[in-house]
Design a protein. Structure first.
Length: 343
């Protein structure tokens, strides 16, 4: 092949390839349909102004619970039915203070003069009154004899980024729904009203496989806006569902929003409640080593203990439906009304 023919052939291939790269694939199906249903695609118009309004209403909430803990020897054979203040004080071989921190997401849903109400998950703000661990027998099975007991002495709820709050407490909560409303007093009263979530309540029962949603929360204490896809809609009688958001601890309480026929038609369809996790067993150095005498990369000769931890399965988030939230609010409407709110 001569040089001129080769050059012509390469030029033809280049032009043909470039033309194909610039071709647009036309579809006879519209990307957006005003059908009154929740969208299953990215919005076609900007949403940054609406997201900016919404994210201002989402706050980081923390709860620090203090426990007075007591340890008991196996030979004491203390069971739950024999517990009393006298037994605890007489037979405890060790006493100490335990701190149990928790953090998550709360959304400001109403302000009435100097009082505010925030929606969050119950498990963030409600710690159990008593924690009990039991001794194991020689086979590793749990016995009925108490190894340690921790009694709640105090807990402190705090709303980060909202300074000047007083009397922060749970106004209403429901363990089964995993929803709670936290109330606080503004002192001093700010000059301008606080940003309050004002978008419509949606219907989780109308979500479908593949519905596109937004999640706003505080995984690891950092405010994060994430997109996700709905799976397993109407997975229970309360219209709960699953989303594939890659969220971390602290995302609980994060609001889930869907678009109905595009921006700016955001609707609240649910709230992130739990991450998928599984228990795994690990071998680690005992607490006495404290990691100070470990020479990494070398054979470890210290004591090894069997421990367990929770491994998060990222990408699986369980959501409470907006209908369940509405039912929770309805059941507590008298308490909410007496506090001065009209949710």
């Amino acid at each position: 092949m001569n040089k001129s023919l080769l050059l012509s052939t390469l030029l033809f291939i280049c032009i043909n390839s470039c033309n194909k790269a610039n071709l647009k694939v036309e579809s006879d199906q519209p990307v957006k349909a005003n059908d009154g249903k929740y969208d299953s695609h990215f919005p076609l118009t900007p949403i940054d102004s609406d997201i900016a309004k919404i994210e201002q209403t989402v706050k980081l909430i923390t709860n620090l619970t203090f426990y007075q803990a007591y340890d008991f020897a196996f030979k004491s054979k203390i069971t739950s039915d024999k517990l009393s203040d006298r037994i605890i004080k007489e037979l405890a071989i060790n006493t100490y203070i335990v701190e149990q921190p928790a953090s998550g997401t709360a959304t400001l849903i109403e302000q009435n003069l100097n009082k505010i109400a925030l929606l969050t998950c119950e498990h963030i703000v409600s710690a159990p009154d008593t924690l009990i661990n039991y001794h194991l027998d020689e086979s590793g099975s749990k016995t009925s004899y108490i190894q340690s007991i921790a009694l709640k002495t105090r807990e402190s709820i705090n709303i980060i980024t909202l300074p000047g709050l007083k009397n922060i407490h749970i106004l209403a909560s429901d363990e089964d729904t995993d929803a709670a409303i936290v109330m606080a007093t503004l002192d001093p009263l700010p000059i301008f009203p606080l940003p309050v979530f004002s978008y419509p309540m949606g219907k989780a029962e109308e979500l479908n496989w593949g519905t596109f949603v937004y999640v706003i929360g505080f995984p690891y204490g950092k405010k994060l806006i994430s997109t996700a896809i709905v799976s397993d809609p109407r997975r229970d009688k309360r219209n709960g569902f699953i989303i594939d958001a890659t969220m971390h601890k602290g995302a609980s309480g994060g609001i889930i929003l869907a678009l109905r026929d595009g921006a700016p038609n955001f609707e609240l369809v649910g709230m992130a409640s739990a991450l998928s996790a599984e228990r795994e067993f690990i071998l680690r150095p005992d607490d006495a080593s404290n990691g100070l005498n470990i020479d990494f990369g070398q054979l470890y000769k210290g004591n090894i203990i069997l421990d367990k931890r929770m491994k998060i399965n990222y990408g699986i988030v369980y959501a409470i439906s907006v209908e369940a939230i509405q039912d929770f609010i309805h059941k507590n409407r008298d308490k909410i009304s007496k506090a001065g709110f009209n949710l």
